[in-house]
Design a protein around this ligand. Structure first.
Ligand code: HEC
Length: 235
């Protein structure tokens, strides 16, 4: 069985997503008939994963997602992903970085009237929320509800000291207190949240603005959470 590398990466990503949202039991009508016709025992793990995900409805590729379109659409790589995937975690070379940064810069749109700080309390809600790019599943009642807006920041960053955050990204504790609120620092922060590849080519941080997860207004609230002297981030 020769599964090419791209399929393998996609399947790994799908497997992670499916595990994260819980594997629905494959008991849909017709599913058991289809399953019965397939000899799982002779399959490699890759072939089995490919079969379960692409040929059965255990992972619903047609379910709607927050950025519009369907979950299946996420398997199509965009230009930045096509440039970054072949690196496979190796350091980004300067030619690739230049292309990625240029694409990222082009993707950024700025709010009318300039970059403003919104309401840090709304920003905290968004930063705390695990929504943002999630597929369907709601953890509180396990319904397949409309995705809410969310930044998912805490999964990767420590921000305030009243909640533990992840360490995939650098700690942002005391962000505004340490950096001030000059125009260049506000612009930098807006751009990093909108499309972090503009500064960190092939980063693991999601493109929250460019991928339609957060609106400019929602970014302004998260920025207030980072910069406002009253925000717990700066206490
Ligand atoms: C999947 C993990 C992940 C998520 C989710 C994430 N980030 Fe990041 N973030 C990173 C990583 C990693 C970096 C470091 C950039 C690099 O080197 O790749 C970073 C960098 C940053 C920086 C620049 C750091 C600096 O010192 O200037 C800011 C600001 C930032 N993130 C804010 C946010 C905010 C706000 C959110 C939520 C809306 C968020 N991030 C969500 C991973 C993440």
């Amino acid at each position: 069985m020769s599964t090419n590398i791209t399929t393998r990466v996609i399947l790994t990503a799908l497997a992670t997503t499916v595990l994260a949202i819980g594997i629905p039991a494959a008991t849909h009508a017709g599913e058991s008939d289809k399953a019965a016709a397939v000899d799982y025992t002779g399959m490699s793990p890759e072939a089995l994963a490919e079969h379960l995900m692409l040929n059965t409805s255990s992972f619903k590729l047609d379910q709607r997602v927050q950025e519009g379109g369907t979950a299946g659409k996420r398997l199509e790589q965009d230009e930045i992903q096509k440039l970054c995937t072949p690196l496979r975690g190796n350091p980004v070379d300067s030619a690739t970085a230049e292309k990625v940064v240029a694409l990222a810069r082009d993707s950024i749109s700025y709010p009318e009237g300039g970059i403003q700080l919104g309401d840090w309390k709304l920003g905290r809600e968004l930063a705390w929320s695990g929504f943002g790019f999630r597929v369907g599943h709601k953890t509180d009642d396990h319904s397949l509800a409309e995705n809410g807006p969310g930044g998912n920041c805490y999964n990767c960053h420590q921000l305030a000291t009243d909640r533990t955050g992840g360490n995939i990204g650098p700690p942002l504790t005391g962000y505004g207190k340490l950096r001030g609120t000059s125009e260049p620092i506000l612009k930098y922060t807006y751009e990093v949240i909108y499309n972090p590849h503009a500064y960190f080519a092939c980063t693991h941080m999601p493109r929250l603005g460019a991928n339609g997860i957060l609106t400019s207004e929602q970014i302004s609230h998260i920025m207030a959470y980072l910069f406002d002297p009253e925000s717990p981030v700066n206490k």
